[in-house]
Design a protein around this ligand. Structure first.
Ligand code: MRU
Length: 357
């Protein structure tokens, strides 16, 4: 997708270095950052220079390639794999990507191991891009149906950033929106700010602006009244881990949007590539929910008149704060799962059938 008219992917490898767009500086500064070692990759995931389930998976895949580039010792690569998996706990894509890389490299001791690792990481990225494009093609149908009935702008509410910045390209929740826009269907996006890190305001609105898609940032608590007023036609969100029973783990606050959507008969869709499905965990209470530093709540970052990024405290100094990063929306509130293979009901039977499991 485009930034200032130039096409980018979110991660690529060039002259022994993995390049990423530093998402902690967006929307104020567009900085391409170098990852030279596996430690750099672990750190980029932890501090969220890269974020979004598919992109942290892709970064972990390149992290394995960087580990191989540094040191071909098996123990080092294994330890690096473990560190990458532990760097953020909730998105299943991390483990999925690391396992895929380690399986590919298993038993390979030749000089070719780096080439094989790099090729696999690139293939994983290409596959994610293709899958996200397909999610858009499948999801477009839903937006088109609404437009054909309404014959007016389709209002879509989204939470967090499940846009192209969270994937390699296209995004998951945004891909049907980009496809609808390209087809000439008038769309407008309600962008949940997504406290505390503001991925909606900082990233989703930014990328929609770059693609010239009409959007409005709203405080996280605004979706409910907009749904009551009939100003939301559909919600589309992403996910960090969807269980085979259809329960959806996503950015904190997603559950409340799903409840409001249910109460107001607004369709609530979740868009995901199959790499985000956890086929093992059966009970959502077993999903590890990341708890991040409370400073993300108590402090806010912005840009001052000298173009400097500044961080300021907004809470009382003595107050405690708690920062859970994800919640779970039970399958019963999910209208459908938009995947690269098509639209599935949020149920075991439907998902298994679609993915031949
Ligand atoms: O904490 P983040 O910014 O990594 O959380 C991202 C989300 O919750 C996204 O909705 C999810 O990863 C899907 S991205 C296509």
């Amino acid at each position: 997708m485009r930034i200032e008219g130039k096409e980018y992917r979110t991660i690529w490898y060039e002259e022994n270095i993995v390049k990423i767009i530093d998402q902690t500086k967006l929307p104020h500064k567009f900085i391409i950052k170098d990852l030279k070692t596996v430690k750099d990759a672990v750190n980029a995931i932890k501090i969220m220079e890269v974020r979004g389930a598919p992109l942290i998976g892709a970064t972990a895949a390149y992290g394995i390639a960087l580990a191989v580039q540094e040191n071909k010792d098996r123990e080092f690569i294994k330890k690096s794999a473990e560190e990458l998996i532990q760097s953020r706990p909730t998105a299943i894509n991390l483990k999925w990507a690391v396992d895929r890389m380690m399986n590919k490299l298993s038993g390979i001791n030749s000089d070719q191991i780096l080439d094989i690792a790099l090729k696999e990481a690139k293939e994983l990225c290409n596959e994610d891009e293709k899958f996200c494009e397909n999610i858009g093609i499948k999801g477009l149908r839903i937006i088109e149906e609404i437009y054909n009935k309404k014959k007016d702008t389709v209002n879509i509410l989204t939470h967090c950033n499940a846009g192209w910045l969270a994937t390699i390209n296209w995004g998951t929740a945004t891909s049907p929106i980009y496809h609808a826009h390209k087809k000439g269907i008038p769309v407008h996006v309600w962008v949940d700010e997504t406290r505390p890190r503001n991925q909606g305001a900082n990233l989703t609105s930014y990328e929609l602006n770059e693609e010239e898609i009409s959007n409005t940032i709203i405080a996280d608590n605004t979706g409910g009244i907009l749904m009551q007023r009939g100003e939301v036609d559909i919600c589309i969100v992403g996910t960090d881990r969807t269980l085979s029973n259809g329960d959806v783990c996503n950015k904190i606050g997603t559950y409340l949007k799903a409840l409001a959507a249910h109460d107001n008969n607004v369709p609530f869709y979740v868009a995901l590539p199959s790499s985000t499905i956890d086929w093992n965990i059966k009970d959502s209470r077993e999903i590890p929910i990341e708890e991040r530093n409370s400073e993300e709540l108590s402090h806010v970052e912005g840009i001052d008149e000298n173009n400097e990024i500044k961080k300021v405290l907004i809470y009382p100094k003595k107050s405690k704060a708690m920062n859970l990063a994800f919640d779970v929306t039970p399958a019963k509130y999910v209208t459908g799962l938009i995947t690269e293979k098509g639209i599935s009901e949020a149920s075991n039977e439907s998902l298994k059938k679609l993915f031949n499991r």
